[in-house]
Structure formats: structure tokens, C-alpha cells
Design a protein around this ligand. Structure first.
Ligand SMILES: [Zn+2]
Length: 435
């Protein structure tokens, strides 16, 4: 299956830009994840920001990218970085990112490659493209200016996960701020993002229609729930992403309930090693390494069996779509003392969503009823409605472009911000001109 024929199937407009900034979402405009956006102006400077994929079954890809020399990758989540090997391998583009994003990229790409082989889904890039991509990184520290064509760019901390950046772009006509995935609140792993005055704000809107509960209350609630489960003789299974949520959960449990016996299993072990090599990107590097020594890492089959006796198991995948979480769920489901604690949003068609809606899980090909307790907490690393609207107002732009959001979130932000700035709700593969 050929997904991409370079230069033949891109829907990007061929006419030059006469004035203003042209933005064209290849993906991630009117959907969460799957991000890729081209920015271009009359100087002929053209930049791709992020090129990800949606890890659905089968995966979803953004539209084909037109020729570009430079790509900025905001952070190392697969829905922002998953297709970067294609642009490096097929278009010869440079990848700009933070040093931590560049080092974590290899873990993410190797895992994507492995999963595509196991699941039998086609991937638009191969190992050679991945090697090319690993050699295409140009890294920049926070606050350091660098040139792309006629533009100047610099990175700012985005919150969200360590290494995640917002991008400030100075063009001859406008100052642009691209939020990436962001949160202005501090989390255990990273400090929050700060607003920046700009003319054009590209703002992620994942939680545009939801107000988060107070983060610290929710963190304490997680520890309380685990203690209750342990008191009745059970084990809490906590599925969490390898990059961000898993490390947050471990740090919360160690801080709130240090006597718990918590086991960690998954790709996060490799990711955390990269975090520790980049202490400048982590909120509390010493605390993180103490936490890492405090929890017990599962690395063998006998470790897995021991983990079944633990107080809590933190493991991947975060939305129960595979990984060790399924192995543990399959064993823990037989005793009513055990419980599954979900820590955030569960995407449509994910295992976690099936569990919440129907109390069932897909386990090694079979749909199996899950009769143990299931609870959901809100430990998101994206800003909620209040954080997003406060941030947009402080940035004080003429235009705000809401992306990485579903219809309800887009509309909610449109209503809240529409009287103060021009709101754009870009569909994928449609040009918008910002003047
Ligand atoms: Zn992300």
C-alpha cells in the first residue's frame, strides 16, 4: 500500500502567497492529534510544524506534505512526531526541536515501527527513513533565536511534558506564537507555559469545552483511591502514557503515600532515562531520580508476576490499547478487590473508552467483560477551558487559530474569545490567510 507519492498527491496550493501568512493544516486542524501544518508567506519561507499520526487501528496520517526544508517538532508525542521520518527520508528536511525531544524521538519511532509490524499495519516510512531522521535533528535551547528562511524563531517552555516547546516566529509581517500541546499549570514533571504577546496565536484546544478540577485536589484523590484499594486487599492498575503521565503518577504517589509499593512497567523506563540526561527540561530532576529508585521497575517475567502482588502498577498503554496494561488487566480482573484507575481522557475507539462505556476490554483479540471497579481521574497535561482562554487573552493577538480540537471544543472557544479577537476554526486541507 503506497500512502504517499512525493510531489504528486499533496493538496497544498501551488500559487505563491501575495501577502499575509498562509496556514494549511495537513492534519490536526479539526481533530485531536495527527498534527501537521504548513506556514508560508510572500518571502517564500515555508515551514512545517509537527508531522504526527493518530495511533488508531489502523493508524491515521496527515495529508502529504509539499516540499519543505525545515520542520519544527514541538514535542515527542506520537501524534506530533510519528511521521517525521517520512519528511526527513523523502524530502530531506531538517528537524528542529529541543534537545530532549530529539533524544526521545528514537524511542518513539522504534516503538511505532515495532507496533506496525506486530499489528500488520502499513507505515509510510521504513528503517532507513528513521535513520535519516535521527541524523536530521538541529536542536535549540529555550529562548535561543534561529533563522528559517526570512524568519526568526525561538522556543519557549510549553508545560505539557518535559522538552515540549511553544514556537515564537518573527516574520516581516507578523509575530506568530504556536502553542503546541500546552498547559499553563505546573505538573509534577514540568513547570507551566507563560503567555507571550503576538499578532497571530495558534492555540491547541483539546479541552476547550471542559473546566479542569483543581490539579492538586485531583492528585490527592488519586493517592486516596489507591490507599482505599490497598486497604481492602486489592491492587490498583493505573494505565499511563510512557511520556508524561506515567512519571507524573509515580511522583504523586511517592509524595502523597510513600509507603505504597508501586511497580512500573513499560516504555517509560527508556523515556525517563532521556529525561534524566536533560535535567534542564525537568521540574525537579533530583525528585524524579529519587522517585525512579523508589518504584520497582519490571524487567522480567518473574517481575511481572511479583507486580501482581503490588499495591499499584503503573504501566502502558495509557488508553489500554495494548502493552503490558492488557496483560495485568487480564489477571487482575478476577478479584473484586482490584481496580483500574484511568488518569485522563480516553479517546473514541480506545480500549479505555470501551472500558468506561461498556465495562469491557479487548484482550488478545477477545472482548472480555471487566467486573472490577473502574474509576477515572482528571490528571491532564493540557490546559482546560480557563487556562486556554486566560492564555489567549494575555497573548492579546489579532487572530487566534484553534486547532487540535473536536467540534465542541472549537465552538466553545469561539464563543468565549470571538468578541475579543478574530477566531479561525480551520478544517484540514483548507488554506487560511491571516493578514
Ligand atoms: Zn502531546
Amino acid at each position: 500500500m503506497v500512502l504517499y507519492t512525493p510531489g504528486r498527491t499533496s493538496t497544498y496550493p501551488t500559487d505563491p502567497v501575495e501577502g499575509g501568512i498562509r496556514a494549511f493544516f495537513l492534519g490536526g486542524g479539526d481533530e485531536v492529534g495527527n498534527v501537521g501544518c504548513i506556514l508560508e508567506d510572500s518571502t517564500g519561507t515555508r515551514l512545517l510544524i509537527d508531522y504526527g499520526l493518530a495511533p488508531t487501528k489502523p493508524p491515521k496520517y496527515p495529508a502529504e506534505c509539499p516540499p519543505v526544508d525545515d520542520v519544527i517538532i514541538t514535542h515527542a508525542h506520537i501524534d506530533h512526531i510519528g511521521m517525521a521520518p517520512w519528511v526527513a527520508g523523502h524530502l530531506g528536511a531538517r528537524l528542529h526541536g529541543s534537545p530532549l525531544t530529539a533524544s526521545v524521538s528514537e524511542v518513539m519511532w522504534r516503538d511505532t515501527y515495532k507496533v506496525s509490524k506486530i499489528e500488520g499495519y502499513p507505515l509510510a516510512w521504513d528503517r532507513r527513513d528513521m535513520d535519516e531522521a535521527l541524523h536530521s535533528w538541529v536542536t535549540h535551547r529555550m529562548g535561543e533565536w534561529f533563522d528559517i528562511g526570512a524568519w526568526r524563531c525561538r522556543f519557549h517552555r510549553a508545560g505539557h511534558i518535559p522538552g515540549a516547546v511553544m514556537v515564537e516566529i518573527e516574520t516581516p509581517e507578523a509575530r506568530i506564537l504556536w502553542s503546541g500541546d500546552m498547559d499553563t499549570r505546573d505538573s509534577p514533571s514540568v513547570l507551566g507555559a507563560k503567555a507571550l504577546e503576538c499578532d497571530i496565536l495558534f492555540l491547541e484546544g483539546t479541552y476547550g469545552n471542559r473546566v479542569h478540577p483543581r490539579r492538586l485536589d485531583e492528585e490527592r484523590k488519586l493517592a486516596d483511591r489507591v490507599l482505599e484499594i490497598v486497604d481492602r486487599g486489592g491492587t490498583a492498575l493505573i494505565p499511563a502514557f510512557a511520556s508524561g503521565r506515567g512519571q507524573d503518577v509515580l511522583q504523586i504517589l511517592r509524595r502523597e503515600a510513600p509507603n505504597l509499593e508501586v511497580h512500573y512497567h513499560g516504555m517509560g523506563t527508556r523515556v525517563t532515562k532521556h529525561w534524566m540526561d536533560h535535567p534542564e527540561a525537568v521540574r525537579d530532576p533530583k525528585g524524579l531520580s529519587k522517585t525512579w529508585r523508589w518504584c520497582r521497575r519490571v524487567s522480567s517475567k518473574s517481575d511481572r508476576r511479583k507486580a501482581l502482588e503490588a499495591d499499584a502498577i503503573v504501566t502502558t498503554s495509557g488508553m489500554l490499547d495494548g502493552g503490558p496494561a492488557i496483560w495485568y488487566a487480564n489477571r487482575l480482573r478476577h478479584s473484586a478487590n482490584n481496580a483500574i484507575l484511568l488518569t485522563g481522557y480516553q479517546a473514541e475507539e480506545s480500549g479505555g473508552r470501551l472500558l468506561l462505556d461498556e465495562r469491557k476490554l479487548r484482550i488478545y483479540g477477545d472482548i472480555v467483560p471487566i467486573d472490577i471497579e473502574v474509576d477515572q481521574l482528571s490528571l491532564s497535561n493540557h490546559g482546560g477551558q480557563k487556562e486556554l482562554t486566560d492564555f489567549a487573552r494575555e497573548c492579546n493577538p489579532k487572530h487566534v487559530v484553534i486547532f487540535h480540537a473536536d467540534e465542541e471544543s472549537r465552538e466553545a472557544l469561539n464563543i468565549l474569545l470571538g468578541e475579543e479577537m478574530t477566531v479561525h476554526l480551520p478544517p484540514n486541507q483548507t488554506e487560511i490567510l491571516l493578514i
